[in-house]
Design a protein around this ligand. Structure first.
Ligand code: SF4
Ligand code: SF4
Length: 138
């Protein structure tokens, strides 16, 4: 898919930390061992297909502003492939980053549209509802 102008990952490597990658036995919230200090991938040419294919919603949605790049707001936005839920995935070191007003407003709007919306950080999860209230859940 051609890259949308202004939507380069740049210095962001948020997905290389917060997502689980079964190919590496990498747990959610643990920085990938191949991620180099500058944020680049140390095995870029041989990185697994799952890394080649992955694009967070910020990269694919023109409606998400430059301020919402995951490393800036501390939350990665994505449809969950294993369920019908929409997730804001955060770094366990900053688990409540999804409360960022930009992110939270977006999540509430999705809930108003009828989506099941959750924020995740490591093993913790919160459900966000259409009326703006939220609570920790399993
Ligand atoms: S979280 Fe999104 S913007 Fe950041 S590196 Fe991953 S795909 Fe790129
Ligand atoms: S292999 Fe590279 S692209 Fe994939 S998670 Fe690790 S650092 Fe990121």
């Amino acid at each position: 898919m051609p890259e949308i102008p202004g939507k380069a990952c740049g210095p962001c490597y948020f997905c290389c930390k917060v997502l689980e990658i079964e190919e590496f036995k990498k747990t959610a919230g643990k920085l990938c061992e191949h991620c180099v200090g500058s944020g680049g991938c140390g095995v870029y040419d041989t990185r697994p297909q799952v890394c080649r294919d992955y694009h967070c919603d910020w990269k694919e949605d023109r409606g998400l502003s430059s301020q919402m790049r995951p490393d800036k707001v501390g939350a990665l936005l994505m449809e969950d492939a294993d369920s019908d839920e929409y997730h804001a995935v955060c770094d366990p070191e900053k688990p409540m980053a999804w409360r960022n007003p930009l992110v939270f407003r977006y999540l509430v709007d999705l809930a108003k549209d009828g989506q099941i919306v959750k924020a995740k950080a490591g093993l913790r999860a919160w459900r966000i509802y259409a009326d703006g209230h939220w609570q920790e859940c399993a």
